[in-house]
Design a binder for this molecule. Structure first.
Ligand code: SF4
Ligand code: SF4
Length: 403
């Protein structure tokens, strides 16, 4: 449950150490001093002096500590605020500048003719000449830009108009890297007689900015997105995401970090796509005309979904598809945690964190994993060697199999 930023009190910590035993980065490296020390313990110091512990950079903001804390201390948010404090008097590296501002790059690439082709070629060249590693970005994980952004594809799409509407927040990853997920979401909503609205003025949710210490820019984005969402939520139109990290940011982290009018009201109308569809099912409104998919899958629940505490709605939905078998990997964090695993000096830690999940998937013998988070899907494919798809893609496939 989210805490308003004014309610964050490090003295709620009872020093039980539960967060330490649940922190995957603490288990993977001795370089990190752990959530109890980095969060509440040092926050007490920070309240009285400008004290920043260097190993703070190892926190991935995965939020497993928050899930484990019986006293409700938002440890990861304390860490991110301390990181922003650290960068108030220091300059971020070129690596952090690039990873924090992926939206700028995505916008530029999608505006240029053949921009994605040249960007992807540029990354290959950068990898071959060791430039990526030289600036601190791991060249091991594949990251490619889509030829046509989601927004551009959406504009060309002819939808059937329905009285029920939802606003879709695509986020940078779906917009620039994986637009098919957004298109599959629209198809699923149309199958449920909803018209999808997309606001071009939405900006990055701010998650990559937050983890690289750009808290003020993150707040500017939060203000813009909050105002746009409020325009719709005031009319009773829900806002839906297909990226669990964007959803967490819009719904929960904004409230923990900032004081902006409308945050709490918006949060009541903000849903992850699978959460929204399960709610539809509870109201007897879900279209269950699914065709069969005779296939076996392994599901990975992203940490940023689990911390929101609304269960595992993707599993509930996919289990309704005839012929489809799905198991919950239940193997912890995949390690990528947004842009953490893309940092050259964190790559090995991220792979160590994800090792249990990779092994679970490999041992299961499946050829495809299912996961709601885009960067988790990249990490799963990289670490376990299998394809990884979003639940919306399977739902769309099942609806189309029935036609
Ligand atoms: S957010 Fe993740 S990495 Fe950071 S302290 Fe918490 S559990 Fe550890
Ligand atoms: S789990 Fe919560 S109460 Fe326990 S040590 Fe960590 S921050 Fe303190």
């Amino acid at each position: 449950m989210s805490k308003h930023h004014n309610d964050i009190n490090p003295d709620s910590c009872t020093a039980c150490t539960s967060c330490i035993s649940h922190c995957p980065v603490t288990a993977a490296t001795r370089k990190f001093r752990g959530p109890k020390m980095m969060g509440p313990a040092l926050e007490r110091m920070r309240l009285s002096q400008d004290d920043v512990e260097p190993s703070l950079e190892y926190c991935s903001n995965c939020k497993n500590c928050d899930m484990a804390c019986p006293s409700g201390v938002p440890i990861s948010t304390l860490n991110m605020k301390a990181r922003a404090q650290y960068f108030k008097t220091r300059k971020q590296s070129m690596r952090d500048e690039m990873l924090g501002h992926g939206e700028k790059m995505g916008k530029l690439i999608s505006a240029l003719p053949a921009g994605a082709f040249f960007a992807n070629l540029g990354m290959q060249v950068g990898k071959a000449f060791g430039i990526m590693n030289a600036i601190g970005i791991s060249d091991k994980l594949p990251l490619t830009y889509a030829g046509t952004s989601f927004i551009k594809q959406f504009k060309e799409l002819k939808q059937t108009s329905y009285p029920d509407k939802v606003v879709f927040y695509p986020g940078c990853f779906i917009n620039y890297q994986d637009p098919q997920v957004g298109m599959d979401f629209v198809a699923v909503m149309q199958a449920n007689k909803y018209e999808v609205i997309v606001e071009e003025d939405f900006v990055c949710c701010g998650s990559p900015l937050l983890v690289t210490g750009y808290l003020e820019e993150c707040e500017q984005n939060a203000k813009k997105n909050t105002a746009i969402m409020k325009k719709w939520t005031d009319k009773g139109i829900p806002v839906i995401t297909c990226c669990t990290s964007c959803g967490l940011m819009l719904k929960q982290e904004y409230q923990e970090l900032f004081e902006i009018d409308g945050l709490a009201e918006n949060a009541k109308m903000l849903y992850d796509a699978t959460e929204f569809l399960v709610n539809l099912d509870e109201k007897g409104r879900l279209n269950k005309e699914f065709g069969a998919i005779e296939h076996r899958y392994m599901y990975h629940a992203p940490c940023h979904l689990r911390v929101q505490g609304y269960g595992l709605p993707a599993l509930d939905l996919l289990e309704m598809i005839p012929g489809l078998t799905i198991e919950n990997a239940d193997a912890g964090c995949c390690g990528i945690s947004g842009n953490y695993g893309f940092k050259a000096d964190k790559y090995d830690i991220a792979m160590t964190v994800g090792a249990k999940l990779f092994e679970t998937i490999k041992e299961s013998g499946v050829d495809t994993a299912v996961c709601d988070c885009g960067t988790c899907r990249l990490q799963i494919t990289h670490g376990a060697g299998v394809k990884a798809v979003h639940p919306m893609s399977l739902l769309r496939q099942a609806y189309e199999a029935k036609k």
